[in-house]
Ligand binder design. Structure first.
Ligand code: CU
Length: 161
């Protein structure tokens, strides 16, 4: 079997490698949207995992495991220049993250129940919107959820390196 590349194919392959970067395969991570945590029945209306760490270029798939949920970015909790999002209720939703930073989001119908989550996109400039995101004011249950989430980020050193 012969395998020959013409000049055009070699140029295209080289360009593709430049775009993709060396050995950094893009990954897809799944965040389940759940009525109840299968590992802890007391936890209701949650995103799981609550905090997802990814690399720039990766995709987070919000999986509609239980009906009635969505993912919506929280105002002031995504990096500057990133388009806010609001997915359809009861539908899977893929979000590709290209800008390093922190991304706070919630479930629109369960905001009052504190259904929210955090994505950390690692890379240069990832700290740029951390203080702004932490400074966003929340009400009621949501306030407690975010206090706990930022405490977990701190405790697990998720913003280091
Ligand atoms: Cu929900």
């Amino acid at each position: 079997m012969t395998f020959e590349l013409n000049r055009r194919q070699i140029i295209l392959a080289g360009a593709a490698m430049l775009v993709a970067g060396p050995a950094l395969a893009q990954q897809t991570y799944t965040v389940d949207m759940l009525n109840k945590d299968p590992d802890d029945k007391k936890r209701r209306m949650i995103f799981k995992p609550l905090i997802q760490v990814v690399e720039a270029g990766d995709t987070v798939r919000f999986a509609s495991v239980h009906k009635g949920h969505n993912s919506e970015s929280i105002k002031g909790m995504i990096p500057e220049g990133v388009e806010p999002w609001k997915s359809k209720i009861s539908k899977d939703f893929d979000l590709t993250l290209t800008v390093p930073g922190v991304y706070g989001y919630k479930c629109t119908p369960h905001t009052a129940m504190g259904m929210a989550g955090l994505i950390i996109v690692k890379g240069d400039g990832m700290m740029a919107n951390v203080e702004a995101a932490k400074a966003v004011k929340h009400k009621g249950r949501m306030k407690k959820v975010w206090e706990e989430m930022w405490a977990q980020v701190e405790a697990e050193g998720l913003l280091q390196g």
